[in-house]
Design a protein around this ligand. Sequence first.
Ligand code: ADP
Length: 243
Amino acid sequence: MYLDLEKAMDKATESDRLKTAFLNNLSHEIRTPLNAIVGFTTLLGETGNLNEDRMEFMEIITHSSDHLLEIVDDIVEISKIEAKLVKLTYKEININEMLQRLYVRFKPSADEKNIILNYNKKIYDKETIIFTDGYKLFQSLKNLISNAIKFTQEGQVEFGFSVLDKIQFYVSDTGIGIEKEHHQNIFSSFYQAESSCTQRYDGTGLGLTIARAYVELLGGKIWFSSEPGKGSLFCFNIPDTRH
Ligand code: ADP
Protein backbone atom coordinates (compact mmCIF):
# COMPACT_ATOMS: atom_id res chain seq x y z
CA MET A 1 0.00 0.00 0.00
CA TYR A 2 2.74 2.41 1.06
CA LEU A 3 4.76 1.42 -1.98
CA ASP A 4 1.77 2.09 -4.22
CA LEU A 5 1.42 5.55 -2.74
CA GLU A 6 5.10 6.25 -3.22
CA LYS A 7 4.85 5.07 -6.82
CA ALA A 8 1.84 7.32 -7.42
CA MET A 9 3.74 10.27 -5.92
CA ASP A 10 6.75 9.59 -8.13
CA LYS A 11 4.51 9.41 -11.13
CA ALA A 12 2.80 12.69 -10.27
CA THR A 13 6.14 14.44 -9.75
CA GLU A 14 7.43 13.10 -13.06
CA SER A 15 4.25 14.21 -14.78
CA ASP A 16 4.62 17.72 -13.24
CA ARG A 17 8.22 17.85 -14.42
CA LEU A 18 7.17 16.84 -17.93
CA LYS A 19 4.41 19.46 -17.97
CA THR A 20 6.81 22.22 -16.92
CA ALA A 21 9.33 21.12 -19.54
CA PHE A 22 6.52 21.00 -22.07
CA LEU A 23 5.29 24.51 -21.28
CA ASN A 24 8.83 25.92 -21.55
CA ASN A 25 9.38 24.08 -24.77
CA LEU A 26 5.96 25.07 -26.06
CA SER A 27 6.54 28.77 -25.65
CA HIS A 28 9.77 28.34 -27.63
CA GLU A 29 8.00 26.23 -30.27
CA ILE A 30 5.18 28.73 -30.69
CA ARG A 31 7.33 31.83 -30.57
CA THR A 32 9.71 30.70 -33.30
CA PRO A 33 7.14 30.53 -36.12
CA LEU A 34 5.19 33.49 -34.72
CA ASN A 35 8.29 35.70 -34.70
CA ALA A 36 9.02 34.66 -38.28
CA ILE A 37 5.45 35.43 -39.36
CA VAL A 38 5.42 38.84 -37.69
CA GLY A 39 8.96 39.73 -38.79
CA PHE A 40 8.64 38.75 -42.41
CA THR A 41 5.16 40.23 -42.77
CA THR A 42 6.65 43.55 -41.67
CA LEU A 43 9.46 43.17 -44.21
CA LEU A 44 6.89 42.42 -46.95
CA GLY A 45 5.22 45.75 -46.26
CA GLU A 46 8.45 47.73 -46.52
CA THR A 47 9.19 49.47 -49.79
CA GLY A 48 12.47 48.85 -51.53
CA ASN A 49 12.62 45.07 -51.20
CA LEU A 50 13.18 43.11 -54.39
CA ASN A 51 10.38 40.91 -55.71
CA GLU A 52 12.65 37.89 -55.39
CA ASP A 53 13.11 38.60 -51.69
CA ARG A 54 9.39 39.09 -51.26
CA MET A 55 8.77 35.62 -52.69
CA GLU A 56 11.16 34.16 -50.15
CA PHE A 57 9.49 36.09 -47.31
CA MET A 58 6.13 34.73 -48.44
CA GLU A 59 7.50 31.18 -48.37
CA ILE A 60 8.84 31.64 -44.86
CA ILE A 61 5.52 33.09 -43.71
CA THR A 62 3.54 30.21 -45.22
CA HIS A 63 5.90 27.59 -43.78
CA SER A 64 5.83 29.16 -40.33
CA SER A 65 2.03 29.46 -40.36
CA ASP A 66 1.70 25.79 -41.31
CA HIS A 67 4.10 24.82 -38.55
CA LEU A 68 2.19 26.89 -36.01
CA LEU A 69 -1.08 25.33 -37.09
CA GLU A 70 0.39 21.84 -36.67
CA ILE A 71 1.48 22.63 -33.13
CA VAL A 72 -1.94 24.01 -32.23
CA ASP A 73 -3.65 21.01 -33.87
CA ASP A 74 -1.52 18.59 -31.86
CA ILE A 75 -2.36 20.32 -28.60
CA VAL A 76 -6.08 20.36 -29.37
CA GLU A 77 -5.94 16.73 -30.44
CA ILE A 78 -4.15 15.53 -27.33
CA SER A 79 -6.73 17.33 -25.16
CA LYS A 80 -9.53 15.60 -27.06
CA ILE A 81 -7.82 12.22 -26.74
CA GLU A 82 -7.39 12.71 -23.00
CA ALA A 83 -11.02 13.75 -22.65
CA LYS A 84 -12.02 10.68 -24.71
CA LEU A 85 -13.81 12.87 -27.23
CA VAL A 86 -12.22 11.42 -30.35
CA LYS A 87 -14.59 9.60 -32.68
CA LEU A 88 -13.79 7.41 -35.63
CA THR A 89 -15.08 8.04 -39.14
CA TYR A 90 -14.78 4.90 -41.24
CA LYS A 91 -14.43 5.05 -45.02
CA GLU A 92 -12.82 3.07 -47.84
CA ILE A 93 -9.17 4.05 -48.03
CA ASN A 94 -6.61 3.14 -50.65
CA ILE A 95 -3.37 2.52 -48.78
CA ASN A 96 -1.20 2.90 -51.89
CA GLU A 97 -2.64 6.33 -52.54
CA MET A 98 -2.06 7.33 -48.95
CA LEU A 99 1.58 6.22 -49.07
CA GLN A 100 2.05 8.18 -52.29
CA ARG A 101 0.57 11.30 -50.65
CA LEU A 102 2.91 10.90 -47.69
CA TYR A 103 5.87 10.48 -50.02
CA VAL A 104 5.03 13.68 -51.93
CA ARG A 105 4.56 15.54 -48.69
CA PHE A 106 7.89 14.50 -47.14
CA LYS A 107 10.14 14.34 -50.22
CA PRO A 108 11.12 18.03 -50.01
CA SER A 109 12.25 17.79 -46.37
CA ALA A 110 14.18 14.58 -47.09
CA ASP A 111 15.85 16.24 -50.11
CA GLU A 112 16.76 19.23 -48.02
CA LYS A 113 18.67 16.96 -45.63
CA ASN A 114 20.08 14.78 -48.41
CA ILE A 115 18.33 11.73 -47.06
CA ILE A 116 16.89 9.06 -49.33
CA LEU A 117 13.15 8.62 -48.92
CA ASN A 118 11.60 5.38 -50.12
CA TYR A 119 8.22 3.81 -49.87
CA ASN A 120 7.08 0.34 -50.56
CA LYS A 121 4.06 0.36 -52.83
CA LYS A 122 2.03 -2.77 -53.38
CA ILE A 123 1.40 -3.42 -57.06
CA TYR A 124 -2.29 -4.18 -57.13
CA ASP A 125 -4.32 -1.20 -56.05
CA LYS A 126 -7.50 -3.16 -55.51
CA GLU A 127 -5.83 -5.26 -52.86
CA THR A 128 -5.03 -2.20 -50.84
CA ILE A 129 -8.49 -0.79 -50.15
CA ILE A 130 -9.32 -0.99 -46.47
CA PHE A 131 -12.19 0.23 -44.38
CA THR A 132 -10.75 2.51 -41.70
CA ASP A 133 -10.50 6.07 -40.42
CA GLY A 134 -8.18 7.51 -43.08
CA TYR A 135 -7.39 10.70 -41.21
CA LYS A 136 -6.14 8.83 -38.15
CA LEU A 137 -4.15 6.37 -40.21
CA PHE A 138 -2.59 9.23 -42.18
CA GLN A 139 -1.73 11.21 -39.03
CA SER A 140 -0.14 8.16 -37.39
CA LEU A 141 2.10 7.52 -40.37
CA LYS A 142 2.80 11.24 -40.77
CA ASN A 143 4.02 11.54 -37.19
CA LEU A 144 6.31 8.52 -37.55
CA ILE A 145 7.78 9.64 -40.89
CA SER A 146 8.26 13.17 -39.67
CA ASN A 147 10.21 11.86 -36.65
CA ALA A 148 12.25 9.51 -38.82
CA ILE A 149 13.36 12.40 -41.04
CA LYS A 150 13.89 14.76 -38.13
CA PHE A 151 16.17 12.37 -36.24
CA THR A 152 18.17 11.22 -39.27
CA GLN A 153 21.19 13.14 -40.55
CA GLU A 154 22.28 10.72 -43.26
CA GLY A 155 21.13 7.54 -44.91
CA GLN A 156 17.53 6.70 -45.57
CA VAL A 157 14.00 6.65 -44.34
CA GLU A 158 11.67 4.00 -45.67
CA PHE A 159 8.02 3.27 -45.07
CA GLY A 160 5.47 0.77 -46.27
CA PHE A 161 3.21 -2.04 -45.19
CA SER A 162 2.63 -5.73 -45.45
CA VAL A 163 -0.40 -7.91 -45.01
CA LEU A 164 0.01 -10.37 -42.16
CA ASP A 165 -2.88 -11.45 -39.94
CA LYS A 166 -3.41 -7.70 -39.67
CA ILE A 167 -2.16 -4.89 -41.92
CA GLN A 168 1.25 -3.96 -40.62
CA PHE A 169 2.88 -0.62 -41.37
CA TYR A 170 6.50 0.28 -40.78
CA VAL A 171 8.74 3.34 -40.84
CA SER A 172 12.47 2.74 -40.64
CA ASP A 173 15.35 5.17 -40.43
CA THR A 174 19.12 5.22 -40.16
CA GLY A 175 19.11 8.06 -37.64
CA ILE A 176 20.33 8.73 -34.11
CA GLY A 177 18.30 5.93 -32.52
CA ILE A 178 16.93 5.90 -28.99
CA GLU A 179 18.83 4.98 -25.83
CA LYS A 180 17.43 2.00 -23.87
CA GLU A 181 16.66 4.13 -20.81
CA HIS A 182 14.13 6.15 -22.83
CA HIS A 183 12.37 3.23 -24.50
CA GLN A 184 9.59 2.89 -21.97
CA ASN A 185 8.76 6.60 -21.98
CA ILE A 186 8.78 7.83 -25.55
CA PHE A 187 5.05 7.27 -26.03
CA SER A 188 4.20 9.42 -22.98
CA SER A 189 2.82 12.91 -23.61
CA PHE A 190 5.46 15.65 -23.74
CA TYR A 191 8.37 13.18 -23.43
CA GLN A 192 11.47 13.98 -25.47
CA ALA A 193 14.39 11.61 -25.16
CA GLU A 194 16.93 13.92 -26.66
CA SER A 195 16.19 16.93 -24.44
CA SER A 196 19.38 16.32 -22.48
CA CYS A 197 21.58 16.40 -25.59
CA THR A 198 23.23 19.53 -26.90
CA GLN A 199 21.43 19.44 -30.23
CA ARG A 200 17.91 20.88 -30.22
CA TYR A 201 15.27 19.20 -32.29
CA ASP A 202 11.92 20.84 -32.98
CA GLY A 203 8.86 19.19 -31.55
CA THR A 204 6.43 19.15 -28.68
CA GLY A 205 6.70 15.51 -27.59
CA LEU A 206 3.14 14.76 -28.68
CA GLY A 207 3.62 13.01 -32.04
CA LEU A 208 4.08 9.49 -30.71
CA THR A 209 1.40 9.91 -28.05
CA ILE A 210 -1.10 10.85 -30.74
CA ALA A 211 0.07 8.05 -33.04
CA ARG A 212 -0.33 5.45 -30.30
CA ALA A 213 -3.77 6.73 -29.29
CA TYR A 214 -4.97 6.66 -32.91
CA VAL A 215 -3.56 3.20 -33.65
CA GLU A 216 -5.23 1.80 -30.53
CA LEU A 217 -8.52 3.48 -31.45
CA LEU A 218 -8.26 1.80 -34.86
CA GLY A 219 -7.91 -1.55 -33.12
CA GLY A 220 -4.17 -2.06 -33.44
CA LYS A 221 -0.87 -1.87 -31.58
CA ILE A 222 2.30 0.16 -32.05
CA TRP A 223 5.86 -0.82 -31.13
CA PHE A 224 9.46 -0.11 -32.09
CA SER A 225 13.03 -1.27 -31.91
CA SER A 226 15.96 1.07 -31.93
CA GLU A 227 19.69 1.20 -31.47
CA PRO A 228 21.55 4.41 -30.65
CA GLY A 229 23.67 5.51 -33.60
CA LYS A 230 22.14 2.91 -35.94
CA GLY A 231 18.50 3.87 -36.37
CA SER A 232 14.95 2.99 -35.47
CA LEU A 233 12.12 0.87 -36.77
CA PHE A 234 8.58 1.81 -35.81
CA CYS A 235 5.73 -0.60 -36.61
CA PHE A 236 2.02 -0.68 -36.03
CA ASN A 237 -0.83 -2.83 -37.16
CA ILE A 238 -4.54 -2.32 -37.75
CA PRO A 239 -7.26 -4.86 -38.58
CA ASP A 240 -7.32 -6.23 -42.12
CA THR A 241 -10.66 -4.90 -43.34
CA ARG A 242 -10.17 -5.55 -47.08
CA HIS A 243 -13.14 -7.21 -48.81
P1 ADP B 1 8.60 15.08 -30.80
O1 ADP B 1 7.65 16.19 -31.07
O2 ADP B 1 9.67 15.45 -29.82
O3 ADP B 1 9.15 14.44 -32.03
P2 ADP B 1 7.32 12.51 -30.32
O4 ADP B 1 6.25 12.15 -29.34
O5 ADP B 1 7.00 12.33 -31.76
O6 ADP B 1 7.72 14.01 -30.01
O7 ADP B 1 8.62 11.69 -29.97
C1 ADP B 1 9.06 11.62 -28.62
C2 ADP B 1 10.56 11.41 -28.56
O8 ADP B 1 10.91 10.11 -29.02
C3 ADP B 1 11.35 12.36 -29.45
O9 ADP B 1 11.54 13.62 -28.83
C4 ADP B 1 12.64 11.58 -29.63
O10 ADP B 1 13.47 11.73 -28.51
C5 ADP B 1 12.18 10.13 -29.67
N1 ADP B 1 12.00 9.65 -31.06
C6 ADP B 1 10.84 9.46 -31.71
N2 ADP B 1 11.03 8.97 -32.96
C7 ADP B 1 12.38 8.85 -33.10
C8 ADP B 1 13.23 8.39 -34.17
N3 ADP B 1 12.74 7.95 -35.33
N4 ADP B 1 14.58 8.41 -33.93
C9 ADP B 1 15.08 8.81 -32.76
N5 ADP B 1 14.33 9.27 -31.72
C10 ADP B 1 12.99 9.28 -31.89
